[in-house]
Every structure is written in structure tokens, then in C-alpha cells.
Design a protein around this ligand. Structure first.
Ligand code: BGC
Length: 245
């Protein structure tokens, strides 16, 4: 199999893809993006997905990170996407639309695979937890490098609220929280995870990870916390790695 595989990250506002060298984790060429259409139901998204593949001009295996529980290719939840996805086979829908074999996994699991293969989690034994901080909170748990898929710890409860409704980046923006106030909430979340899972390392990904210098020192938790190394490309890289397995 070629070592250049197409990775795609389906998100709430955009669908982004790039060819990835799955030996090194480097993007080959530039990232291409199309807007996520609304309403974001399966056939409309599949059409946009196929449009992206056509724009890139690729044929071959494709890996796709998707913002939901993904069990054997089927979406099982829809916290931040159109509810009509639940029960839909993402892999069949996208493969039929673009004419290439597509393998799908949860978007945070994809980002985690990238960080564990090429980034901050490389060769780290024990329990590693990657958290993507964006519109929602995505989580990926690894035990001695093996992914435990679909953990969905962003949906744990904190103060009677779903955690991602308490300390995601969307909430930070909507509630106009200072870094200090947001970091205090996020620290509570990390300490909650710490009590439940006794991780060896937290890796923080998602768009906000590039601001780590603004909030990293404000986090109060015993477990080491590091910003994701692959930043915003982790989802694409991990999806490609997954398709190449
Ligand atoms: C979803 C997860 C997803 C995360 C990040 C959450 O709302 O439940 O499946 O990984 O958002 O997109």
C-alpha cells in the first residue's frame, strides 16, 4: 500500500483533507477545505465529502475522522452534528459518494492516534488521555499505546452540566471567560478525569492547543499536561494512519 494516504476531518464548520505520509506523519501538499453544508444530514455531507475528494484529485484508501461515536463505521451519537446521522453507516455513505474505500473513526480518536504515533504520546507507556478542546470536548484514551475507542469523556457530568457545556472552547467564547476562569473550570474537569482514570499524561489538542502558552501555567492538576504537537492537523494525520492500518 502507498505510504501517502488521504486523511479527512469532518467538523461542524468545515471538512478538511490532505494527503499524509503515514510513515512520518507529515502533510503532503496543502490542506484543502470545503464548508460543511447545512443542514448537515448524511446525503448533503456525503456530497460535500465527494466534492473535497474531487478537488484534491485523489483515488485510493481514505481515512475519515467524524465528530460522533463511530462503531464499526456507524454513527451512534450526534451531540454537535445533525441528529439524522444516528444509525447511519458513515463508511458506506462516503465510499458510495466518492468511489473510494473510506474508513471512519471518532475525530478525537483520530487526533489521539496521530499524537501517539508521531507526537507527544509517542512511546509513552501507561494510560494517556488526549482531549480535543473545540465546540465540544473529544477524548481518546490509550493504554500502552492501544486505543480504547469512543470514550466520550466530554459527556461526563460536572456541576450538573455535561462537561463540554461547562468548559469547551465554545463555552469559553460564549461566556466570555478569561483564561484564568476558563482554566479553573478546565482544571476541575482534568482532576475529575484524574480521579476516574489515573492517567500518566494528558495531551490537549484542538484549535485552542496553540494558545497553550496563555493557559498551560494556570492548570492545576497533578498529572503532566502537554499541548498536542501536531496541533490542528492531528485529526487528518490520525485518520490517514487509521486507513493505512
Ligand atoms: C462528540 C464526540 C466528539 C467531540 C469532538 C463531542 O460532542 O460527542 O464524539 O469527539 O464532540 O468533536
Amino acid at each position: 500500500m502507498s505510504q501517502h494516504i488521504l486523511g479527512v476531518d469532518v467538523g461542524g464548520s468545515g471538512i478538511k483533507g490532505s494527503l499524509v505520509d503515514v510513515q512520518t506523519g507529515a502533510l503532503v501538499g496543502s490542506r484543502i477545505r470545503v464548508d460543511t453544508p447545512a443542514p448537515a444530514n448524511p446525503s448533503v455531507i456525503a456530497e460535500a465529502f465527494a466534492g473535497l475528494i474531487k478537488k484534491i484529485g485523489y483515488s485510493g484508501p481514505i481515512g475519515c475522522g467524524f465528530p460522533a461515536i463511530v462503531q464499526h463505521g456507524v454513527a451512534k451519537s450526534a451531540a454537535n452534528i445533525d441528529k439524522s446521522w444516528i444509525g447511519h453507516n458513515i463508511e458506506e455513505e462516503f465510499s458510495a459518494a466518492c468511489g473510494n474505500p473510506v474508513k471512519a473513526l471518532n475525530d478525537a480518536d483520530a487526533a489521539g492516534l496521530a499524537e501517539l504515533t508521531f507526537g507527544q504520546g509517542k512511546d509513552v507507556p501507561g494510560v494517556v488521555l488526549l482531549i480535543t478542546i473545540g465546540t465540544g470536548l473529544g477524548t481518546a484514551q490509550f493504554v500502552d499505546g492501544t486505543l480504547v475507542p469512543n470514550t466520550e469523556f466530554g459527556h461526563l457530568y460536572l456541576h450538573g452540566r455535561i462537561a463540554e457545556h461547562y468548559c469547551s472552547n465554545r463555552i469559553r467564547e460564549e461566556e466570555n471567560l478569561s483564561w484564568k476562569d476558563w482554566a479553573s473550570r478546565f482544571s476541575e474537569y482534568l482532576r475529575h478525569l484524574e480521579r476516574l482514570l489515573t492517567p500518566d499524561l494528558f495531551i490537549l489538542g484542538g484549535g485552542v492547543s496553540k494558545e497553550f502558552k496563555d493557559f498551560g501555567h494556570l492548570l492545576k492538576v497533578n498529572t503532566p499536561v502537554k499541548p498536542a504537537k501536531l496541533l490542528n492537523s492531528a485529526g487528518i494525520v490520525g485518520a490517514a494512519v487509521y486507513a493505512g492500518k
